[in-house]
Design a protein around this ligand. Structure first.
Ligand code: NDP
Length: 269
């Protein structure tokens, strides 16, 4: 694996208490960065903090409760990062979850909730951390925003109509943002994921698996049903590696772009 030393740099990962966000926080800490994570559930956050501190005893880690849909929470999170670390070089907008619903069963309120989550989980943290990203880019010549988005943005699924539509809009927003922030040396990219093993899939397994069916059998069956060419779910660290690449100067000439982490599910060329 390519090694990169992030000592002295600060990475912020929203939704860093589980799944892809937690794996990404781990990668940043391993590379020597200071890391700030947030989530809504304080118990899950405390567990993630304890696990990261156990794995990296010298970690410069800030774990703070913050709902990315609450403007005051996000502002307070950014202030806490400023106070503790004094800068932000990389922002990973990862917090969120998907919504399974068809057009027939998505109410107006559900549409609003979904659009709110997908757009404002990007807009609010980006706005709050932008002054620090600008300062960091002013000093080092480089800062970045990376968003966890879904392949549904390009390849919608009717059973996730609101999520697919919102994800497409976010991809469009990121393109504008990349152009607007490029003169300030802030790159903006995303990853488009398919199915990645994580908290949300563990919860679906608990609800939907047959009695006695193992996690491995349940995910393998789903991967077959969903025609995933690589034949399995992705692992959180596989999404994290792509996020790490786009967040760091390993991708210094890439902005307004994305990496597909879907195991080959994308049908377009
Ligand atoms: P997890 O459920 O494992 O992790 C989600 C993380 O986001 C948790 O830390 C959760 O903590 C946090 N979170 C959720 N909502 C908020 C909020 N409003 N404010 C702050 N934190 C929040 O799932 P994943 O790792 O899979 O999800 C990461 C991202 O990837 C999400 O945006 C998801 O939609 C996206 N994604 C995942 C796919 C997959 O197959 N796994 C497919 C497509 C997209 P808490 O609940 O305590 O707030």
């Amino acid at each position: 694996m390519i090694q990169i030393d992030l000592t002295g740099q600060v990475a912020v990962v929203t939704g860093g208490s589980s799944g892809i966000g937690l794996a990404t926080a781990e990668m940043f800490l391993r590379a020597g960065a200071s890391v700030a994570i947030c989530g809504r559930d304080t118990e899950r956050l405390a567990q993630a903090e304890a696990a990261l501190n156990a794995q990296f005893p010298n970690a410069q880690l800030l774990a703070r409760r913050c709902d990315v849909l609450d403007a005051d929470d996000v502002k307070a999170f950014a202030e806490a990062v400023q106070t503790r670390f004094g800068r932000t070089d990389m922002l990973v907008n990862n917090a969120g979850q998907g919504r399974v619903s068809t057009f027939a069963d998505t109410t107006d309120d559900a549409w609003r909730e979904e659009l709110d989550l997908k757009y404002f989980s990007v807009i609010r943290p980006t706005r709050a951390f932008l002054p620090m990203l600008r300062d960091a880019a002013g000093v080092s010549g480089s800062a970045s925003v990376v968003c966890v988005n879904s392949l549904l943005a390009l390849q919608p699924e009717a059973h996730m109509v609101a999520t697919s539509s919102a994800r497409a809009g976010v991809q469009n927003l990121l393109k504008s943002l990349a152009v607007e922030l490029a003169p300030q040396r802030i790159r903006v990219n995303s990853i488009l994921i398919g199915i990645v093993e994580s908290g949300q899939w563990r919860r679906r397994y608990a609800k939907e698996a047959q009695p006695g069916q193992s996690w491995e059998d349940w995910t393998a069956e789903l991967a077959r049903k969903k025609n995933i060419p690589l034949g399995r779910f992705g692992r959180p660290e596989e999404a994290a590696q792509a996020l790490f690449y786009l967040a760091t100067t390993l991708s210094s000439y890439t902005t307004g772009s994305h990496i597909d982490v879907s195991g080959g599910v994308a049908r377009h060329v």
